[in-house]
Design a protein. Structure first.
Length: 259
């Protein structure tokens, strides 16, 4: 379980807090959605959870409990272990998140080299296994390719494979389907749902798109200007929003929208 309690994040050079006191719980095995307009603090929340935020640039307060430990107060080495092994991260632009000069296989294996004692052969076997798990046909071929030799949808699957290679309990997905066309987007969402059901991985799915979140999340939180203005069961929020901003987001969805 992940529990965020009264989290505040302020960049030293900013006039207001990027995250202004949020509370959010992600239960084991649950997929929670985080939606809101651009600049509302979704990515900063995910960066804080994943430890990718540059601590020198921000002041942080509150608690982020991962399996009972407050990751805001852990020593750096322990934090790195949790973040490498227990929390996986997938971003919007797979192309920019990957090293163009490194083969796919080496990138998928990277976290194993850092966080496990597996031998080279074992790492390779594990990488091929997760590449298969994310429904990539011919994993051996993909393993040897460079990022530019793959399609956007393939790369997003590779990113998901790299994020689950250490068998994390939690996946943070920051706009994982935004750069993809509608068909591929639906396939990736189906993959995420399957990984959640089969492996019980909890997920935080960030999107500006309420339709995307509705497809796979059981609960949703709506952010505006660093605050969560509404949260609850997905269908309740969608059918009977309590906050005007949520209603605005819902009304912005075209009636027969596919996206
Ligand atoms: N490195 C940074 N330095 C200073 N301010 C930042 C930095 N990163 C983000 N911010 C600010 O923090 C606030 C929240 O940004 P964040 O990226 O979390 O928004 P978001 O909800 O993810 O938006 P989007 O939907 O556009 O991705 C914004 O006001 C942004 O300008
Ligand atoms: Mg963002």
């Amino acid at each position: 379980m992940v529990e965020i309690r009264d989290l505040h994040v302020r960049f030293h050079d900013a006039s207001r807090e990027a995250v202004a006191g949020i509370d959010l719980t992600i239960h084991d095995g649950e997929i929670v959605g985080l939606v809101g307009e651009s600049g509302s603090g979704k990515t900063v929340t995910a960066m804080t959870l994943s430890g990718l935020i540059e601590r020198k640039k921000v002041s942080l307060s509150g608690e982020v409990l991962v399996g009972g430990r407050d990751i805001l107060r852990l020593p750096r080495t322990e934090l790195r272990t949790i973040q490498g092994r227990e929390i996986g991260v997938v971003f919007q632009e797979p192309m920019s998140a990957m090293d163009p000069l490194m083969r796919i296989g080496a990138q998928v294996e990277e976290a194993l080299a850092v966080h496990t004692q597996l031998t080279k052969e074992q790492r390779r076997a594990r990488a091929l296994e997760v590449l298969r798990d994310v429904d990539l046909p011919a994993p051996e071929e993909i393993y040897r390719k460079y990022p530019h030799e793959c399609s956007g949808g393939q790369l997003q699957r590779v990113m998901i494979a790299a994020a689950i290679v250490t068998d994390p309990h939690l996946l943070l997905l920051d706009e994982p389907t935004t750069a993809l066309d509608v068909t591929v987007q639906a396939q990736i969402l189906a993959l995420l749902r399957r990984l959640n059901q089969e492996r019980g991985i909890s997920m935080l799915l960030i999107s500006h798109n309420l339709q995307v979140v509705r497809r796979i999340c059981s609960r949703v939180a709506v952010m505006q200007r660093g605050k969560i203005v509404e949260k609850g069961e997905m269908e309740r929020v969608f059918t009977a929003p309590q906050h005007p901003y949520t209603a605005k987001l819902i009304n912005a969805i075209p009636h027969r929208a596919q996206r």
